[in-house]
Design a protein around this ligand. Structure first.
Ligand SMILES: Cc1ncc(COP(=O)(O)O)c(C=O)c1O
Length: 391
């Protein structure tokens, strides 16, 4: 028998969505499975990005895969700072550190600011990735129910009600996973004021900030620059999820703390991924405008029309950003997890149970609209319709 594992290991939960991803990997050979399950983009990355990686390897393979500093290449950090500043959030390269995806950024950001016993305010439903790091830190997650009737907005009033003497941070996610809602500017500003007045951190998860179909992104860092650490990804808008690159930015001291932690977690970000990310900035605007947004918007329309026509008893709010429809099954006879298990077994369609995103997600399912072709989106929703009719 092996020696006992750490208490951190036993307190951490396995991400239920990753568990499904594992199952899907196994079932990957089955072309009949229609997956509305994952959170991965479905477009190839820009050819310029692929070429940049190939030519850096061809030119000097030794240099192409060398170590870099822990914060990442200065030239890439300059590009990121330029991009953020152009978008309205003025940031210096020294305020930025590259991470292993947004996941690495969120993990190190929470490690950087949370002590045991402190509380983190998050909306419910929300992305599953915050609970794990919080548990390692022995922090308490305080979930704030947000309602469909109020467009799933995390409002300043809700945050004020949730904060206690132990609160250390508020997590804002916009556009949101699983609901696709975008935080309204007045709510972002209101929460920034609460953070400043109460000396709290905001961790802003901006993973989907460039994938917006209506409206625009509000940078919370702009309104509370001393209180905000923002985590971003090259996984979604640049279609590079497997290169595992993201970045954080915020007050220099906090970013230096994250860099110190990163020295022991990743040593440095992947050099080839940094080469890819750097070249992405030369095509970012056209790739988003001509490929990502129109392709995903069309898929969002197709799935939305199908849901409206064939699943009339289900309630949903049309997503304004990100990849997902979050659908209320409205008194389905089945619990959402059972619903998804049987949907996969009986109809070969993958959906994610809403309860994975929190209590408020119970009775819902999350459907990714970007991952399948328009034809298969139609087929998949029809299969859900048949399944529901037979329940
Ligand atoms: C809201 C949110 N944050 C963070 C992540 C993780 O992103 P990355 O792949 O860059 O680690 C995801 C991935 O699905 C996500 O949906």
């Amino acid at each position: 028998m092996s020696p006992i594992l750490s208490s951190a290991e036993s307190s951490i939960i396995e991400s239920p969505i990753r568990r499904i991803a594992q199952l899907l990997e196994k079932a990957g050979a089955d072309p009949d499975i229609i997956s509305f399950g994952g959170g991965a983009p479905s477009l190839a990355p820009p050819k310029e990005v692929v070429n940049a990686m190939i030519s850096s390897l061809k030119k000097d393979a030794f240099k192409a895969v060398s170590y870099t500093s822990t914060k990442g290449l200065p030239s890439l950090r300059e590009k990121i700072a330029g991009d953020l500043t152009r978008s309205g959030d003025a940031v210096e390269p020294s305020q930025i550190a590259l991470t292993t995806g947004a996941t690495g950024g969120l993990f190190t950001a929470l490690e950087d600011i949370i002590n045991p016993g402190e509380e983190i305010v998050v909306s419910d439903p929300t992305y599953v990735g915050y609970e794990g790091p919080a548990l390692i830190d022995r922090a308490k997650i305080r979930r704030v129910p947000v309602k469909k009737e109020n467009d799933f907005q995390l409002t300043p009033d809700l945050v004020n009600e949730a904060i206690t003497k132990k609160t250390k941070a508020i997590i804002i996610l916009s556009p949101d996973n699983p609901t696709g809602r975008i935080q309204k500017k007045k709510n972002v500003k209101g929460i920034a004021d609460i953070a400043k007045d109460n000396n709290l951190w905001i961790v802003s998860d901006d993973t989907y900030k460039d994938i917006i179909y209506e409206g625009s992104h509000t940078y919370v860092h702009k309104y509370a620059p001393e209180n905000t650490i923002t985590a971003c990804a090259f996984s979604k808008s640049s279609s590079l999820p497997g290169l595992r690159l993201g970045y954080v930015y915020g007050p220099k001291e906090a970013i230096n703390g994250i860099t110190k932690l990163s020295q022991y977690i990743m040593l440095c970000p992947n050099k080839l991924s940094q080469t890819a990310a750097e070249s992405f900035y030369s095509v970012k605007d056209s790739y988003l405008k001509e490929s990502v947004i129109p392709v995903y918007k069309k898929k969002r329309e197709v799935m939305g029309e199908m849901i409206k026509k064939h699943l009339p008893i289900c309630n949903y709010v049309k997503p304004h950003g990100a990849f997902y429809y979050f659908i209320d099954l409205c008194d389905s006879k089945l619990d959402d997890e059972e619903f998804c298990n049987r949907l996969l077994e009986e109809r070969k369609v993958v959906a994610i149970p809403g309860k994975y995103f929190g209590n408020e997600g119970k009775g819902h399912i999350r459907l990714t609209f970007v991952s399948e072709s328009e034809k298969r989106i139609e087929e998949g929703v029809l299969k859900i319709k048949d399944f529901m009719e037979e329940l």
